[in-house]
Design a protein. Sequence first.
Length: 377
Amino acid sequence: MTLPGRFLPWLRDTLLRMFPHATRPGLRRIGRPGPDAPVLLTGNFTLTVARLERVLAGRDAWLLVADSHGINVWCAAGGGHLTHHDVIAVIRSSGIGERVAHRRLWLPQLAATGVERRVVEARTGWRADWGPARLEDLPAFLDRGERVARRERTMRFPPWERLEMALVWAAPTTLVAAAALVPLVGIAAALAGALSIGLVIFGIFAALPRLPVEGPRRWLTYAGGALLAGGLAAGADALLGGSGHAGWLLGAATLAMLALSVDLAGTTPWYASTINSAGNRFDLVLDRERCTGAADCVRVCPRDVLRMDGRERKVRIAEPEACIRCGACVVQCPEDALFFRFADGRVAPPAQVRATRMNMLGRRAVPVPTDEAPRSS
Ligand code: SF4
């Protein structure tokens, strides 16, 4: 395929990632699947389904596409748009039961914030398990005899994908900034400023996750980015024969944009969100008395925070600072041994997290009463 033939579809797909984009839910064939072929599930975000069909080309599998409202699996599950009800509905309505001789379903690990695996099993009779976190790992997972390697449970965000995300954010922001600034500073300065904003977004995404986005030092990220954008814009404006004053205006615009960008966590649970954390921070707590070592939480954690303690046959929180409070472990624990606790002592019990999707996405919107009985840790 020619370079434009590859580049243009990639550019279209990358820019479309910002927007929900639904394909038809139901059953699809990959290759020529027989009654023993594996059954994989995903959401009905068009780009996810297309990527899955691409990475699995040359293999035979059944693909169940659940209705996630055209949103990618992680965001849909975290926001309550992909739940066990959607999984049960597609199992029952697709006719997959008549096509296969087994009852084993592979769920995407990142659906664990919204899909209660045990409810799917109890209501359908299918055995549901978690596949790898990233669909790119599915071929290796299948070749290995449907086993997930530990590293495949952890979400990775390599530099190339960070730059893709930067493009997703930078393209519309740059266009809007340019359009808004033209009447204020003229075409040349507006274009220079918009370009600098785009460059700063690229820089931020390339540098993350090393930049401080939580705690008092997060302002260094914002202020540094704004000053950099202002300086870039002023320099470019001066080179183009302008006054250079436009740079400070653009710096202020960039500061506002950065605040929104770093709050990206609110829509993609990767970074701790600044807006979410403002006076509303909670932490994961493990009640070791309740833990029976089922390890469901270990299998769904996308940050390798939880580990089995081999001697005690119980789970421990091994890397608390890596926790992004996605809530997947709380939702999946069969013993309700994990829960969230706020700094002021309020507790968000597992039932509330399950019912409201009160993960890092929902905590700004879900009220937690102050009279909740404290629990041991
Ligand atoms: S809340 Fe934290 S420990 Fe639990 S699954 Fe999410 S990242 Fe892992």
